[in-house]
Design a protein around this ligand. Structure first.
Ligand SMILES: [Zn+2]
Length: 231
């Protein structure tokens, strides 16, 4: 009967609004824009325009990003109009992430520095395999392998080596951005050198065990098989 692996949970949560990246007309270059948290509403007779106000990090100039363009005033729900006037923070966050806004204004979302991963040290690791569940409290697109590296406090290159050696395993692709939670199993990295030595033998490299004693028994068996084949 399979012994369940010890499991821990990490949580990724949002710490601030993301920034937007695009071309700044004043800088005449690619730039990053901070959200100011404000809208500008211009109701002119029967039509209305609404912009989201951003600030360029390069030159400090404000940039108006079109949210509603010359729409009939009557087409806007009065409750929504009030939220624009009140600079409703929830609406600012919603509009900032709206795909039509990015397409219309040629912007992309920059999540860098806008989240934090709450990852306590894993009890008993390294020493025995463990399953880590990563919950995304906010739907932030990130590469899972980056979170693995951040959570373990290792470089991304080191995390990539662990994955390549099969010592980090997951049913989720770890190198493609995802906005939903995932889990992965982590082996003890101290057996890495032996694992790499054995990795030239395909049948031997796909062997993981839940305790070091059993693992070592298989290493001895593998060594015997390798030596027998070489003789
Ligand atoms: Zn600028």
């Amino acid at each position: 009967m399979a012994i369940p692996l010890p499991a821990v949970t990490w949580r990724l949560r949002q710490t601030r609004l993301p920034r937007l990246r695009g071309r700044c007309a004043a800088c005449a270059a690619a730039s990053t824009f901070d959200p100011t948290g404000r809208f500008r509403v211009n109701a002119n007779g029967k039509t209305i325009d609404v912009w989201l106000l951003l600030r360029c990090q390069g030159c400090g100039q404000a940039r108006k990003v079109t949210v509603v363009e010359r729409s009939p005033l009557r087409s806007i729900d009065p409750a929504l109009l009030r939220r624009y006037h009140d600079n409703d923070p929830g609406l600012v966050a919603e509009v900032l992430l709206a795909a039509p806004l990015h397409q219309r204004n040629r912007l992309t979302v920059d999540w860098e520095g806008a989240w934090v991963l709450d990852a306590d040290p894993i009890p008993g690791w390294p020493g025995r395999p463990v399953t880590v569940r990563v919950e995304l409290v906010a739907a932030i697109p990130v590469r899972p392998l980056r979170l693995v590296a951040d959570g373990l406090g290792i470089s991304r290159a080191a995390a990539e080596r662990l994955r390549a050696d099969g010592r980090i395993r997951s049913s989720t692709r770890l190198d493609t951005r995802t906005s939903s939670g995932f889990s992965f199993t982590l082996d003890d990295p101290r057996y890495g050198r032996t694992g790499r030595w054995l990795s030239c033998f395909r049948r031997l490299q796909v062997r993981w065990d839940r305790d070091a004693g059993r693992w070592f028994a298989f290493v001895l068996l593998a060594c015997a098989v390798v030596c027998f084949n070489r003789l």
